[in-house]
Design a protein around this ligand. Structure first.
Ligand SMILES: Cc1cc2nc3c(=O)[nH]c(=O)nc-3n(C[C@H](O)[C@H](O)[C@H](O)COP(=O)(O)O)c2cc1C
Length: 357
């Protein structure tokens, strides 16, 4: 049997295979209220039907200010959790593990959604005031964030705590924290976006304090048996910026705080980043963190072929494979991959087995 279709157990959770749906914003809330819609049910539900081991809901905002766009999913009230519950139940009913990514967009918040141009949304145009570790804008023409006070930071950590509690209430079985791509936690981590001189700025340990605070709080909010994943940008592709060495150090600290898996992404914090993606371009980060820290890792980024995924696992470069865009093109990727790799159809829903070639 392939490694890809070998189950993985993380804490108390057995996941049927190692093919995870990467978190992907759908910008598809109807009333700008953060509530999941039929779109989320069909989108996530289809990927569960399509045989993935774990289906992760998109970056879900812990507060309205933490949204990238007005149409982002949110989980800042109990009502949000109860609207998510039927979706969670459907994913579960298909044998996939329901998971959610919790997020705060920081200085990259308040934009139009991509297919409307991704423009900055000022307050006058339906946007909101944005916050960050320092008053440093992401790029020319972007809004300047307001520097968070210590009280504000505590309050955002509490938002993550409360959102984690609600995620458990909704029935999610795995939680991921979005600490990557230049959003709030990532902004704290990088010396290029954080010039604070209090306990949240300066040294590597100080810049990592905010994400570690979130991890510590969230670990207390969820059951001991529940896996906690974090997504980081392993490097920001800038000479003076966050590096893979920093990621290795931080992953060790995360491990001590009860993080179970590092989902290894990269970039997104600097408009000048020097990056040319190629197939599997982030796998070396996963491999380095896995080997140096001895922690489970997930590989993501331009993985599209079952044999490429299998090779990554067999080489022990990762413990799970996250697929993003390939699963938008083909939600049934895993069904075909299982036939191709193993000649098996155990992840096929019985309704579809007659289509197996
Ligand atoms: C439409 C879309 C939305 C995305 N939204 C998120 C998100 O909510 N959270 C996140 O961490 N990454 C997000 N990403 C990044 C993906 O999770 C993934 O890391 C990236 O697309 C690279 O993997 P791929 O080559 O398999 O697509 C998004 C990507 C796409 C294409």
């Amino acid at each position: 049997m392939s490694n890809l279709f070998t189950p993985i157990t993380i804490r108390g959770e057995k996941i049927r295979n190692r093919l995870f749906v990467a978190p992907m914003c759908q910008y598809s809330v109807n009333r700008e209220d953060g509530m999941a819609t039929d779109w989320h049910m069909v989108h996530l539900g289809t990927r569960a039907v399509g045989g993935a081991g774990l289906v992760m809901a998109e970056a879900t905002a812990v507060s309205p200010e933490g949204r990238i766009s007005p149409q982002d999913l949110g989980i800042w009230s109990d009502k949000h959790a109860s609207v998510l519950e039927p979706i969670v139940n459907f994913i579960d009913s298909q044998g996939a593990t329901p998971s959610i990514q919790l997020a705060h967009a920081g200085r990259k918040a308040s934009h139009k959604r991509p297919w409307e141009g991704s423009d900055v949304l000022t307050k006058e145009n339906g946007g909101w005031d944005i916050v960050g570790p320092s008053s440093l804008e992401y790029d020319d023409g972007w809004m300047v964030p307001e520097e968070l006070s210590i009280e504000d930071i505590d309050s955002i950590v509490s938002d993550f705590f409360a959102s984690a509690v609600r995620s458990v209430q909704a029935g999610f079985k795995v939680l991921e924290l979005h600490l990557a791509h230049g959003y709030l936690a990532c902004e704290f981590m990088s010396p290029l976006s954080n010039n604070r001189n209090d306990k949240y700025g300066g040294s590597l340990k100080n810049r990592c304090r905010f994400p570690i605070d979130i991890v510590t709080a969230v670990r207390k909010a969820i059951p001991d048996s529940m896996p906690l994943l974090v997504r980081i940008s392993a490097t920001e592709y800038m000479t003076e910026g966050w590096s893979i060495e920093d990621s290795i150090e931080l992953s060790g600290w995360f491990k001590e705080e009860g993080v179970d898996m590092i989902d290894c992404s990269s970039g997104g914090n600097s408009a000048d980043q020097d990056l040319e993606p190629y197939p599997g371009y982030q796998v070396p980060f996963s491999s380095a963190i896995k080997k140096e820290v001895d922690i489970l890792t997930g590989a993501v980024g331009l993985i599209t072929d079952p044999y490429q995924a299998e090779q990554t696992l067999r080489n022990e470069d990762a413990d799970a494979i996250l697929l993003g865009r390939e699963l938008l093109r083909n939600p049934y990727w895993a069904l075909n991959a299982q036939v191709e790799l193993d000649g098996e159809d155990s992840v096929w829903p019985p309704q579809y087995v007659r289509a197996r070639q």
